[in-house]
Design a protein around this ligand. Structure first.
Ligand code: FAD
Length: 238
């Protein structure tokens, strides 16, 4: 497998191209650090962009939802989609409005969405989703009923093309502005896990699951997602 996605006019990074790349490794790292994505698609000429949870297995991306979901019903038979992930890493305040910026890691993946129709594959995918976010949790759960399975649709796509774009630096002002008496700085931004709020209905004997050891207060979500992804798919499929 090539270490780089094929590049065409669809995914060639033109604007600030030095921030972009098409490496599998770079794209996968951005995807795996996230739980959420936005999926863009067009139905009858109308563009939609739907935020949802997703997960990656090798070159396959999956998402799920209600079988009644318009998004899934439209995508399932085979619809071109663009799935994006964004991590906001910093706010960059420069000495001019023009030079304000943000630090980020983002990925755009292109492919064709399709229903996972095969029942065995659908069950496997849904189990994999739970374990990808919460390692080892699936076997501890009440089994999914046939009705729940029927009410759930799983859609997947193979990444045909992709790109990654990253800004990771401080204030980039014009040389002649550096001496101006204007406050300039970068504010790092991170999303972190808060303390667990246990459900009050839980029987007293229930203990904290070992698979959730990484879910500690103040743990960075992107680092945790990367870790749980590697626990689920500790592999050579990249
Ligand atoms: C958090 C965040 C905030 C941003 N704020 C701004 C802003 O305020 N103004 C602004 O102009 N831009 C902003 N950007 C950058 C923006 O995402 C685009 O890269 C930029 O607007 C250029 O778009 P384009 O379609 O002209 O790029 P082009 O280079 O023409 O896009 C061509 C191809 O390059 C790839 N590509 C482009 N952008 C990205 C990306 N971000 N991630 C992965 N692949 C990409 C895609 O494959 C795309 O099809 C921001 C990005 C992020 C993540």
């Amino acid at each position: 497998m090539s270490a780089t996605y094929p590049v065409s006019e669809r995914n060639r990074v033109r604007r600030l191209h030095e921030r972009g790349c098409h490496d599998h490794e770079a794209v996968h790292a951005i995807l795996d650090a996230a739980m959420l994505c936005h999926i863009a698609y067009v139905i009858d000429g109308q563009p939609y962009c739907t935020p949802t949870a997703f997960w990656r297995e090798g070159e396959h991306l999956y998402w799920h939802g209600s079988s009644a979901s318009r998004m899934l019903r439209a995508q399932g038979p085979g619809l071109p989609v663009c799935l994006t992930v964004t991590h906001l890493d910093g706010l960059v305040l420069a000495r001019s409005a023009f030079n304000h910026s943000v630090n980020y890691r983002s990925a755009m993946c292109f492919g064709t969405a399709r229903f996972i129709d095969d029942l065995e594959e659908k069950v496997r995918a849904l189990d994999a989703m739970i374990d990808r976010f919460y390692p080892g949790r699936n076997v501890t759960l009440r089994p999914t009923t046939a009705q729940e399975l029927k009410a759930t649709a799983v859609v997947g796509m193979t990444i045909e093309q992709a790109s990654a774009k990253v800004r990771a630096k401080g204030v980039a002002d014009d040389e002649e502005d550096l001496g101006l008496p204007i406050y300039a700085a970068c504010f790092p931004v991170t999303q972190v896990i808060g303390p667990a709020e246990p459900c009050p209905h839980m029987p007293a004997e229930v203990s904290y699951p070992p698979g959730l050891a990484g879910y500690t207060p103040d743990r960075r979500l992107d680092e945790l997602m990367t870790e749980t992804s590697q626990m689920s798919y500790p592999k050579a499929d990249d």
